[in-house]
Design a protein around this ligand. Structure first.
Ligand SMILES: C[S@@+](CC[C@H](N)C(=O)[O-])C[C@H]1O[C@@H](n2cnc3c(N)ncnc32)[C@H](O)[C@@H]1O
Length: 254
């Protein structure tokens, strides 16, 4: 592992190789596009019609249900990286004597509409994971999800976030006619995906009262040796904390 420093002496890039030998870089700056990639994104300006956009929003749940029906559960591989990247998850499982799959409460909800307090007591949750979930939600409704989670999270505890980052390979692969808005696209099957910048996510969480603990791009290169293809993946990986309640000095000193 090695670290590069910017001129401002600000730690900007940390490069590691993971246990599977893949190249991985953590950085605060977005991936730099090649001139061809930049031109292609720049020329893709036509947005999907408002009528179709409204239809996609209305049918979002149906489209995800159909996605899972088609792909069953095999589509998303077992993600061994979760405990590597978020030590909190491992620690939580190991330390919490009450952790048991038999005690888990499973329920389904629309995070933009259904109040989590109907299923979970206020200020009671130790850790929330938002892993490739927020990108599936319309950017104008993302704040509703964070507001909802804030109510159930314990003060001092975190939301662990990983999702598509700006200029990820998946973003560059969209054909024209798939663009819904800035950094927001629709797949062939009607499911949607937003690609996050560090600044956008930071602003989103902070405006809902969270404190930023970590917020950085993870850049990986996926190698397909058979086809000799190198694919640049970009994710945004972050931790945001619900602050401890403020204790005003006037209450401490009578
Ligand atoms: C890309 S999948 C990620 C699934 C899983 N977290 C993973 O990493 O394999 C996006 C998920 O977001 C869910 N989702 C989309 N909109 C939602 C909403 N409004 N409320 C709750 N979940 C939603 C979809 O049902 C889907 O399961």
């Amino acid at each position: 592992m090695f670290q590069e420093k910017t001129s401002a002496n600000h730690l900007n890039v940390v490069t590691t190789s993971t246990e599977d030998g893949a190249f991985q870089k953590k950085a605060h700056s977005a991936r730099i596009l090649s001139p061809e990639e930049a031109e292609r994104l720049e020329n893709d300006r036509v947005l999907v019609s408002e009528f179709k956009q409204l239809k996609l929003e209305k049918e979002a749940q149906k489209n995800w249900d159909l996605f899972y029906k088609r792909n069953s559960t095999n589509f998303f591989k077992d993600r061994h990286w979760t405990t590597r990247e978020f030590q909190e998850l491992k620690a939580f499982r190991e330390k919490n004597a009450l952790y048991s799959t038999e005690r888990c409460k499973v329920f389904q909800c629309d995070l933009t509409k259904d109040d989590l307090l109907e299923n979970i007591p206020a200020d009671s949750v130790d850790v929330v994971t938002l892993i490739f979930v927020l990108s599936a939600i319309h950017p104008e409704k993302m704040h509703l999800v964070l507001k909802n989670i804030y109510k159930v999270l314990k003060p001092g505890k975190c939301v662990l976030f990983r999702d598509y980052g700006l200029y990820d390979h998946a973003m560059l692969r969209f054909k024209s006619g798939s663009k819904l808005g800035e950094n927001f696209y629709v797949r062939q099957d009607g499911t949607r995906s937003y690609f996050f910048t560090e600044e956008f996510l930071s602003q989103l969480f902070k405006s809902e009262g969270y404190e930023q603990v970590v917020n950085e791009y993870v850049q990986r290169e996926t190698v397909n040796r058979k086809e000799d293809l190198r694919v640049p993946r970009v994710f945004l990986q972050s931790k945001f904390q619900k602050p401890f309640r403020l204790i005003y000095p006037c209450f401490l000193h009578k």
